[in-house]
Design a binder for this molecule. Structure first.
Ligand SMILES: [Zn+2]
Ligand SMILES: [Zn+2]
Length: 261
């Protein structure tokens, strides 16, 4: 088949796919993944204009370790105050968007409402992001819930997110290698000191795993103070992991001034 014939064929396939999508959208009109407002039936977007405008991607300059947004000129050696005071146990953490407005609603629907229909909206956020810093991770480990809470909720949002972040590496997602040994008080109700104390020794790894000398990516929904992922990373390093990178969908903290070290 010549190049021209191939192009003509793929143009035809694209046109057919577009027609089929329009037809499906006529039968099942597309709605905004956040507010469920009806979208134009020809729309290829996941969000209405207002909700799309409320989704804010984290922009450089970032803290080179924890990924916090910093204020000032771009400098790839920047560290935030927290990473300077207390260097994290992980090698690098990155979040895609700020935890506010539409993003907060998507996460809450997934987490508390068991509403996996928001997956399309979350995938749309992920598709527009650059995840090349995580391509060298051998295993993907969702931050675990305590098994009782997992049963109550019916799903672990971190495991669902891991599948959305890495659709090509589903066989490398290991939701049971890292687990919570006991139930802990929800972190959101505690102060910084209490958060660290609350989680000390809370995680463990299963003995039959491939974590020895491996690089892993730890996945969670929201990065708040980083206490949870620091504790998970410390457990993994003790278990023989050589490098932990952390990927979360959203980040709570507001930008702060960085320091060059
Ligand atoms: Zn909307
Ligand atoms: Zn930092």
């Amino acid at each position: 088949m010549t190049m021209i014939q191939k192009t003509a064929k793929s143009n035809k396939q694209n046109a057919m796919a577009g027609l089929l999508r329009n037809f499906m959208h006529l039968v099942f009109p597309p709605v905004c993944a956040v507010c469920r407002e009806r979208l134009d039936f020809r729309s290829e977007q996941s969000f209405c204009r207002q909700c799309a405008g409320s989704i804010i991607y984290l922009k450089k300059p970032l803290c080179r370790t924890c990924g916090m947004e910093l204020i000032g000129e771009e400098d790839r050696n920047f560290l935030c105050g927290e990473c300077l005071r207390s260097p994290p146990t992980y090698a690098l953490a990155r979040s895609l968007v700020r935890y506010q407005a539409g993003v907060r609603q998507l996460v809450q629907k997934l987490k508390y409402g068991r509403d996996t229909s928001v997956s399309g909206g979350i995938s749309a956020i992920i598709d527009a992001a650059d995840l090349t810093e995580f391509t060298d991770c051998r295993w993907i480990l969702p931050v675990p819930l305590y098994r009782q809470r997992h049963r109550q909720r019916g799903l672990n949002q971190a495991t669902i997110l891991a599948g959305l972040f890495f659709p090509e590496k589903k066989q490398n997602i290991r939701p049971d290698w890292l687990y919570r040994k006991y139930n802990t008080t929800p972190q959101t109700t505690l102060s910084g000191f209490e958060r660290r104390n609350n989680l000390a020794g809370a995680f463990a790894v299963r003995s039959d795993n491939g974590l020895q000398n491996a690089k892993v990516c730890l996945v969670d929904d929201v990065y708040t103070t980083g206490t949870t992922v620091r504790e998970c990373a410390a457990t993994l390093i003790v278990a023989g992991v050589c490098e932990v990178k952390v990927l979360t969908l959203a980040r709570v903290a507001v930008p702060q001034r960085g320091r060059n070290r």
